[in-house]
Ligand binder design. Structure first.
Ligand code: SF4
Length: 605
């Protein structure tokens, strides 16, 4: 079959048997679920047997890149993964700015990888030659992400895309992540631990095939117009200069400018927000300089020490927010005498570099109390019993929702990203809940143009923004709006477009439909793309309901309502559990799911 936009193959790898098999990509999967994120969800539905333990060999690691990945469409580099995650125990999407990896995986002939089994020794998957090969990774095992990535580049040459894990993944810490090209984080909730449980250190990909497009003339015009639109954006230079520091200024612009060595970008991204910085002689790379200063949120004053600690955590490939939540929880329990001071030696102090350095190592290598910390919030609570509960940070599905009045991202207004932390089936993540509520207390009059860009139909706008037709909206329905955040996120992710605010502002629903059709040749007009994205998101929910998740798991944490509480996006007044309950029902209703249980209808096949 001739393919446009897709490479046309899925690589199935059984690490237990050491077998690899390339199978043709299903045309139905592409037509019904778009590709990329949607395709990964469909493959998870087919390949994850309900009840599979996250770290069992049978749990597949599924990796996919959408039909625009590998084309010249701006910022179309996004890579997605799916697996059953050890920390949340949910089946969750994991996304990353794919740098080179997604494009090279497709150029090598594969839209998706489905990796099952467990090797009897450390290995990596090599997709750089004529045929994929499983290779010995004995010399890479024990290396941090950066060193392992560089060793693979040295052996196989550059350019090549590398998806790899650090020591935290090797030791199956519950919140170990994977990194793409040593820069982009992938997989809150333990994607890296699942790779580690398979003895899979990395995947390296490079191919030369390129990607064909169905309607070259339409594709060229759409892409040219899009680049022109980006070039004419008045704040382009500011975004190029500051990246995420523009919207989340964790340090001053002056300090950032002084530290910045250079910016890096995913392939085809005209903005770029990956950073190399220098702080007092220390060179550090990151998916964003903002991440490198996260320890300052927890009270670490010295910026060089903060960056050094983050470089360690990134090397181990350990989720910073979950690490700080778990180690902070253990530290509070030690102060309260619930964990003995013998165990908690040296004392856990999030403000002190020497303490955190040791606890980061103990956690990544699972030593002493570090073993418990590496298992996450639920494990600590289970071992320490009910008397530990008052010290527990916010928690949803075993993980810390990282946006909230007392969370690392101290956002106190309850918009779609905040509600999305309990309604994304994968567990707490703000990534899928984007909408204009990202910015605090925007005037309602500006919402219609943004919502129309996301493809919200007029009849839904009536429910979300009553009064919008008269130009004077009177209310904002966060629950109903969240459905369209999830739809928009799924469209972008399934195409392979970056969802970050500085990129997705240039895309709109009709453009996505036109690009998809021009690139793949698969018809996508009117509600087609939205319907397919909704089907994929509903399937993600169904997969998780198969694992036993339901309405009970979507309760907001009680601490969201304690001082200082989350507040209503419009009025700024504290929200109540009852109001959040109404938002949840409205969300289910807008999705067309059972308004009480949140159960979608099963897919037709
Ligand atoms: S904004 Fe960042 S993550 Fe997104 S495509 Fe550009 S460099 Fe990659």
């Amino acid at each position: 079959m001739d393919w446009n936009g897709f490479a046309g193959n899925v690589l199935y790898v059984d690490l237990s048997a050491g077998e690899l098999e390339s199978r043709p990509l299903s045309r139905d999967l592409c037509e019904q679920y778009i590709g990329g994120l949607g395709g990964c969800i469909r493959l998870a539905y087919e390949n994850i047997t309900p009840g599979t333990e996250p770290l069992a060999p049978e749990n597949p690691v599924i990796i996919g890149a959408g039909p625009l990945v590998g084309t010249s469409v701006p910022a179309s580099s996004r890579v997605y993964g799916m697996t059953r995650l050890p920390q949340s125990r949910s089946v969750g999407w994991c996304g990353a700015g794919g740098v080179n990896f997604g494009a090279f995986m497709k150029y090598a002939g594969f839209d998706f990888l489905v990796i099952t089994g467990k090797s009897d020794r450390p290995v990596y998957l090599d997709i750089t030659g004529d045929a994929p090969v499983i290779r010995d990774a004995g010399s890479l095992w024990g290396m941090g992400v950066e060193d392992a990535c560089r060793a693979l580049w040295e052996k196989h040459g550059r350019p090549a895309g590398v998806l790899g894990i650090g020591q935290a993944g090797e030791n199956q810490a519950a919140y170990a992540m994977a990194f793409v090209d040593r820069l982009s984080t992938m997989g809150r909730g333990g994607f890296g631990a699942v790779m580690g449980a398979k003895n899979l250190k990395a995947v390296i990909a490079r191919g030369m095939n390129g990607i064909t497009v169905a309607d070259r003339k339409a594709y060229k015009k759409l892409t040219k117009d899009l680049f022109e639109n980006i070039r004419n954006y008045p704040y382009l230079k500011e975004w190029q200069d500051l990246g995420l520091m523009k919207s989340l200024p964790i340090i001053s612009k002056e300090e950032y400018s002084e530290a910045k060595v250079r910016r890096m970008a995913c392939v085809s991204c005209p903005i770029g927000d990956k950073d190399i910085i220098r702080v007092s002689g220390l060179i550090a790379t990151s998916s964003s300089a903002m991440n490198l200063y996260v320890p300052t949120i927890f009270g670490m004053k010295d910026h060089k020490e903060a960056v050094t600690l983050m470089t360690m955590l990134d090397g181990f490939a350990m989720d910073m927010f979950e690490f700080f939540a778990a180690v902070g929880f253990a530290g509070d329990l030690a102060v309260a005498g619930i964990i003995s001071s013998d165990e908690a030696t040296p004392p856990i102090d999030l403000t002190k570099f020497e303490s955190m350095k040791i606890w980061a190592e103990k956690t990544a290598y699972r030593q002493g109390l570090g073993d418990l910390i590496a298992r996450g919030l639920d494990a600590i609570l289970e071992r320490c019993g009910p008397e530990a509960a008052p010290y527990l940070p916010y928690k949803v599905k075993g993980m810390m929702p990282y946006a909230g009045p007392k969370a690392p991202l101290p956002w106190n207004l309850f918009g779609t990203m905040e509600l999305g932390q309990i309604l994304d089936p994968r567990g707490p993540h703000v990534g899928s809940g984007g909408s204009p509520t990202y910015f605090a207390q925007r005037p309602l009059e500006v919402f219609p143009k943004h919502l129309k860009r996301m493809g919200v139909p007029d009849d839904a706008l009536d429910r979300i923004l009553p009064g919008w037709r008269e130009g004077a909206p009177t209310d904002l329905n966060i629950g109903r709006l969240l459905k369209y955040s999830h739809r928009w996120f799924t469209i972008l992710g399934s195409l392979g477009v970056c969802a970050r605010a500085q990129i997705n502002r240039f895309y709109n629903y009709d453009l996505c439909s036109d690009l998809y059709q021009a690139v793949t040749g698969i018809p996508a007009q009117g509600s087609d793309l939205g319907d397919r994205a909704d089907a994929a998101w509903a399937l993600l929910k169904i997969i998780n309901m198969r694992e036993g998740f339901g309405r009970k798991d979507e309760e907001p944490p009680a601490k969201w309502f304690e001082e200082p509480p989350f507040c209503n996006y419009l009025t700024g007044k504290p929200i109540t559990p009852g109001e959040v309950g109404v938002m949840i029902r409205e969300y289910y209703a807008e999705q067309g799911w059972n308004p009480e249980t949140g159960a979608p209808a099963m897919p037709a096949d």
